[in-house]
Design a protein around this ligand. Structure first.
Ligand code: ADP
Ligand code: 5GP
Length: 202
């Protein structure tokens, strides 16, 4: 059996990185993919921790070599998920979570139709803008571009299975944990996990 595959998508600033970080503090059985990107590192980001930071020619060569399960251009930079990493990580009772945009989510769903799509919404546009400014990691110009792009991203909310509104962080983390728990309790997963019980009862 392979673990579950979760896709978490949100407009920049909605809080998905924060949510996923808090999830991981209490759940060791989820592996989060570290994407490749051509975006420059933000202050405090480390190569190989938040992202693998590479240049555009390197990224384009990796596309040619079909190294990405999915890739997309987001806010003017390339982002992609390593196919090899996913294949190595998807093991029994080991779940995988991808933090990617809606374009990447579509590509992953084609390869893995059973993937669970989760969309994170901010409580309002005003709060989204305030969070982007408050994060203090992007220039005014980058923030303006991300706010414009947020509405385009949010138009794809109906392509996802679940929606989390990240107002109270505590509630939003609980919501994410609940979705993951529910996926783990799907009949097919339970049958695999408790094979002998199923065999003895049915
Ligand atoms: P994303 O990964 O979606 O771009 P981040 O996780 O970086 O977003 O969050 C953007 C900013 O908003 C960060 O400064 C983060 O601390 C803050 N933030 C995230 N969730 C909440 C929340 N529920 N309430 C208040 N601030 C939040
Ligand atoms: P940021 O630059 O703020 O870290 O991310 C910007 C956007 O790129 C976010 O919407 C994030 O979900 C998306 N993103 C990050 N990694 C990937 C990836 O590997 N593939 C795709 N398609 N999008 C990604």
């Amino acid at each position: 059996m392979s673990g579950n595959l979760f896709i978490v998508t949100a407009p920049s600033g909605a809080g998905k990185t924060t949510l996923v970080r808090l999830l991981l503090e209490n759940d060791a059985s989820v592996g989060v993919s570290i994407s490749h990107t051509t975006r420059p590192p933000r202050p405090g980001e480390e190569n190989g921790r938040e992202y693998h930071f590479i240049d555009v020619p390197d990224f384009l060569e990796r596309i040619d070599r079909k190294e990405f399960l999915e890739w997309a251009k987001v806010h003017g930079n390339y982002y992609g998920t390593s196919r090899r990493w996913i294949e190595a990580e998807m093991a029994p009772d080991r779940d995988v979570l991808l933090e990617i945009d809606w374009q990447g989510a579509r590509q992953v769903r084609q390869a893995f139709p059973q993937a669970t799509g989760i969309f994170v919404l901010p409580p309002s546009m005003a709060i989204l803008g305030a969070r982007l400014s408050g994060r203090g990691t992007d220039s005014e110009e980058v923030i303006a571009r991300r706010i414009d792009a947020a509405q385009d991203e949010m138009r794809h909310v109906d392509e996802f299975d679940y929606v989390i509104i990240n107002d109270s962080l505590k509630q939003a983390v609980l919501d994410l944990q609940t979705i993951i728990k529910a996926a783990r309790l799907r009949c097919a997963n339970q049958r695999e996990r408790h094979g002998s019980l199923f065999a003895s009862l049915l």
